[in-house]
Design a protein around this ligand. Structure first.
Ligand SMILES: [Zn+2]
Length: 314
């Protein structure tokens, strides 16, 4: 198998100029292939100082006028040090007030009401929660009873779903026919347990979604060249994916492996009946770009959390 370098680096020096008051802070990527994402820059006013809040979006969803979606970067928030600046998680030791300010800004940039957010409680398993209007605000404005849940889905309007990342794989789902959306946190454990397939099946059972209608976007996350794993991880992929797993990794001289979670996720989606042209692959690696995106590996765990969000518009 030919290996293609995941050469999706942003230019750090340029990003640091972002305080200069211009809208376009992140320059074009060095990327030879066709981009699957683009970056929306919003000038958010009235939540502390004026701030530029970049939101990573998928071209796959650009025709879907009935959803809002996005993935955050480290930019546009108010958090400090290793949490700088757009940490969206309450579990990383950040000041609660800073996290709320970050949420308000990110919500304004994407276009949803932050008070309606429903947050996941991720534990690297495959539980899926069917979100309804009664869940609005859980995990942010009120106590949440959504526990040990790595995937959220809904067919109700105006309720943004949110999951958290710093190398693990975000997966966005949208069924434009039955009008349903979902998000899944797919780290190696979720990927080997085929959480994407479980979400696709759950959308079918709950909302009548056909796999052939569902659009899937695999979000910014660790690339194969950055993701070294041991044989115990590889063994689980071989057990669960059989011969197909050989396409997901290669062995190195040190006895370790480089694992491609994106390929495993795509294979899972295709096996579940998703059309290939309905799958968007990521074009941005968290670990290759630790100044722009939070990366657990690149920071040795000293990091905040990025967020994926998706909502059916009202
Ligand atoms: Zn990388």
């Amino acid at each position: 198998m030919e290996r293609k370098k995941f050469d999706l680096r942003l230019m750090d020096g340029e990003i640091l100029k972002r305080q200069e008051g211009k809208l376009m802070f992140i320059p074009p990527f060095f990327y030879e292939g066709e981009r699957s994402t683009y970056i929306d820059y919003s000038l958010v006013k009235g939540i502390g100082d004026d701030a530029i809040v970049p939101v990573i979006k998928y071209k796959l969803f650009s025709e879907c006028s009935d959803i809002r979606h996005g993935f955050s970067t480290r930019m546009g928030g108010v958090s400090h040090d290793h949490l700088a600046t757009m940490n969206l998680s309450f579990s990383r030791g950040d000041d609660r007030e800073n996290v709320i300010t970050n949420h308000k800004r990110f919500a304004k940039a994407v276009g949803y009401d932050w008070k309606q957010l429903v947050l996941s409680d991720q534990v690297h398993k495959t539980r899926i929660h069917k979100v309804t209007a009664g869940d609005a605000g859980k995990g942010i404005t009120k106590e949440s009873d959504i526990k040990e849940t790595d995937a959220l889905m809904t067919n109700e309007r105006g309720i943004p779903l949110m999951t958290f990342y710093a190398d693990c794989v975000p997966v966005f789902f949208h069924d434009p026919v039955k009008k349903a959306v979902a998000l899944a946190h797919s780290g190696w454990k979720g990927t080997v347990a085929k959480i994407s397939e479980k979400v696709i099946h759950a959308m079918g059972e709950e909302y009548g979604s056909k796999a052939s209608d569902i659009l899937c976007a695999i979000g910014p996350s660790i690339c194969q060249e950055c993701y070294e794993v041991s044989d115990d991880v590889i063994k689980q992929f071989m057990d669960n994916f059989g011969d197909a797993s050989k396409e997901f990794f290669y062995e190195k001289e040190n006895g370790k492996y480089q694992l491609n979670l994106h390929a495993a996720c795509k294979y899972t989606m295709l096996s579940a009946g998703i059309h290939e042209e309905h799958i968007a692959m990521p074009d941005l690696c968290t670990c290759c770009n630790p100044n722009v995106l939070f990366s657990h590996r690149a920071s040795n765990g000293m990091r905040g959390n990025l967020s994926a969000v998706i909502m059916l518009s009202e």
